[in-house]
Design a protein around this ligand. Structure first.
Ligand code: BTN
Length: 332
């Protein structure tokens, strides 16, 4: 595909949803007029809504009214009541995809058309979800699998900080919505009761003069059960449903996540790095602890003493020197 065309990345949507509500009935003729669609298409969309779990009442005289909604992440459910300026204003939703990061990358690399900063790609299910270090990321239905596309005017020096920022955003969102304290395991695993509820994968595209785009991929175990995940990670994973004991509204989580993301991303743009790193440290489960980090080519031991402005972890080694580690995995 050499030219980006919105058609190639047509988001799944049910446009009629924007005109229906729980509060009042709307007549079919009015819907036809508003959406410039024939009655048969309106009926088809009502059917599609019902198949997606919406309970829609239809009355010959009064028209249609929503009785109840499922836990849906259709674009309207996310954008409705969203108060951000740009994060989440454009939503590409797919019931099933390979990986939202892959789709977001294709969109970012599309020539001839640039989607706005803050565009989201979200899906109910990923078939080839990507984790860190080339690992697979299990993404069964019920989770929140989304990617946010950014065009940061920053040198690559600060890219690690975007990942840390995203971890703070998720931790804040969970705390505000569910009053649950989370911990961040460096660099970007969000834990509840020592079990992973969210992972973040940041990818970027560069051109000669710097960064062209950044994709922040966020995977949250939400309404899925940890028993649906591969056996080897079941015990170390947890979902929001499991921790709260009830089904959560994913669209509500996504909306607050967008709001928090925009707030922190604006701080990043204003170079107010320390607000981000201080907040990150308040959630960290490694600062002040003796840990081992696998950097890919070696394992380094030391005490985690700080995070610097570019998201690097500062380790005080047994020889007394301070090492900066930009990427790696904490072993213990
Ligand atoms: C990790 O290994 O902890 C990072 C996991 C990141 C998963 C998310 S889900 C949405 C986005 N799309 C992907 O394929 N991966 C990220």
């Amino acid at each position: 595909m050499d030219r980006f065309s919105a058609e190639n990345y047509k988001s799944f949507d049910i446009p009629i949803l924007n005109n229906l509500s729980e509060e009042f009935f709307i007549r079919k003729e009015e819907l036809c007029q508003k959406l410039a669609l024939p009655g048969i298409v309106i009926e088809g969309q009502i059917q599609q809504l019902r198949e997606s779990g919406y309970n829609v009442l239809s009355d010959k005289e009064k028209g249609y009214r929503i009785i109840s909604r499922p836990d849906s992440i259709l674009p309207f459910e996310i954008k409705n009541k969203l108060t951000t300026s740009y994060i989440g204003k454009a939503v590409f939703y797919y019931p099933e995809v390979s990986s939202t990061n892959i789709i977001a990358r294709e969109i970012a690399q599309g020539k001839g058309y640039k989607v706005p900063e803050g565009t989201i790609v979200i899906s109910d299910k990923q078939n080839s979800g990507k984790g860190r270090s080339g690992k697979k990321w299990a993404s069964p239905p019920g989770g929140i699998w989304l990617s946010i596309l950014l065009y940061p005017e920053t040198i690559s020096y600060h890219i690690s900080l975007i990942t840390l920022m995203a971890a703070v955003v998720v931790a804040n969102t969970i705390e505000k919505l569910f009053q649950i304290r989370t911990q961040i395991k460096w660099p970007n695993d969000i834990l509840i009761k020592e079990r992973k509820v969210c992972g973040i994968l940041t990818e970027m595209g560069t051109v000669a003069k710097g960064i062209e785009w950044v994709i922040v991929g966020i995977g949250i175990n939400a309404n899925n059960d940890s028993t649906e995940l591969p056996e080897d990670i079941q015990k170390s994973s947890i979902s929001l449903k499991e921790i709260t004991g009830k089904l959560i509204r994913r669209a509500e989580v996504v909306r607050l996540l967008c709001t928090e993301f925009e707030r922190f991303y604006e701080l990043l743009k204003r170079k107010e790095f320390s607000i981000i790193t201080e907040k990150w440290k308040s959630y960290s489960n490694v600062i002040g602890k003796k840990i081992q980090v696998n950097t890919g080519n070696r394992v380094i031991s030391g005490e985690a003493i700080d995070i610097n402005d570019r998201g690097g972890l500062i380790l005080k080694t047994e020889y007394g020197d301070n090492l900066e580690i930009i990427s790696g995995t904490v072993l213990k």
